[in-house]
Ligand binder design. Structure first.
Ligand code: ADP
Length: 247
């Protein structure tokens, strides 16, 4: 293949549910430092694409290569270990733990060659927790119980819990749903920072937000790519206009 330089290369990916192709012959490439947003009407197959990448759904055919590993052959936990992080819409944080503790428990405890747990030094964990807390704008809330955070801060905490595992690909499903205007702004900045040094793949419905954050946009429709490229071009594409405004 000529696309081996991409962090993520999806080729001819299809998944059928009882003969219905939710994703139909998808070709998709993601670079390092790229923040790519997938848009499309309800039922287009956006969630299914993320499910396929993280191994929650198994492909009927096709290939998902991530940093030279074939993900379609791996189990979900192996895909996480390969460097893929996924944030769902509903945050799965520990409400009764502090911000610090939530990040601390998410720190990856590596496994040695014989499967034994390798514990990191406490000061190493501590400095990483503090670094991530600052990155997700929660340094002033480090000892706050997660239950007391705002909706937006909870979302950031979950992003931090993924970042502390150092993923090379981070996938986020509607990251600003339910957020205040200020939190949206801050999340845009956060996602921009996060995309430096890794790849970020986002599903988003809020077009203003998409225009603000996306390096590239892919429009899915009925499991296929309708258009792809910079938001300015995609917005003007007659097929996209038809799907969003037509009928
Ligand atoms: P989107 O995220 O773009 O709204 P989805 O990926 O959730 O779309 O769904 C795409 C299509 O695949 C929908 O028609 C949905 O009903 C169908 N689908 C998704 N997952 C399954 C499943 N596990 N079994 C059967 N149909 C599914």
């Amino acid at each position: 293949s000529t696309n081996t330089d991409f962090t993520l290369s999806i080729e001819d990916l299809t998944v059928s549910f009882d003969g219905f192709k939710a994703v139909d012959g998808l070709n998709f490439y993601l670079d390092k430092n790229e923040l790519h947003v997938v848009i499309g009407p309800n039922g287009a197959g956006k969630t299914t694409v993320l499910d396929l990448i993280c191994g929650k759904t198994k492909a009927t055919s096709g290939s998902i290569k991530f940093m030279n590993k074939e993900l379609t052959k791996l189990a979900e936990h192996e895909i996480v270990r390969a460097g893929v992080g996924r944030k769902f819409q509903t945050p799965s944080i520990y409400e009764n733990l502090s911000v610090y503790e939530n990040l601390e428990v998410s720190f990856p405890r590596g496994r040695g060659v014989f499967g034994s747990l390798v514990f990191q030094r406490d000061d190493e964990v501590d400095s990483k927790v503090r670094e991530i807390a600052a990155e997700i704008m929660l340094e002033d809330f480090i000892d706050t119980e997660a239950a007391l955070l705002s909706h937006g801060q909870k979302q950031w905490l979950e992003i931090g819990m993924l970042l502390i595992q150092d993923p090379q690909l981070l996938m986020l499903d509607e990251p600003v749903a339910g957020m205040s205007v200020k939190e949206r702004e801050q999340t845009a900045e956060l996602l921009n920072k996060i995309s430096s040094g890794r790849s970020v793949l986002v599903i988003e419905h809020d077009m203003e937000f998409v225009a603000r954050i996306a390096h590239k946009v892919t429009v899915l429709h009925q499991g296929k790519i309708l258009a792809a490229g910079p938001m300015e071009d995609v917005q003007k594409d007659p097929n996209v206009v038809e799907v969003y405004l037509g009928h």
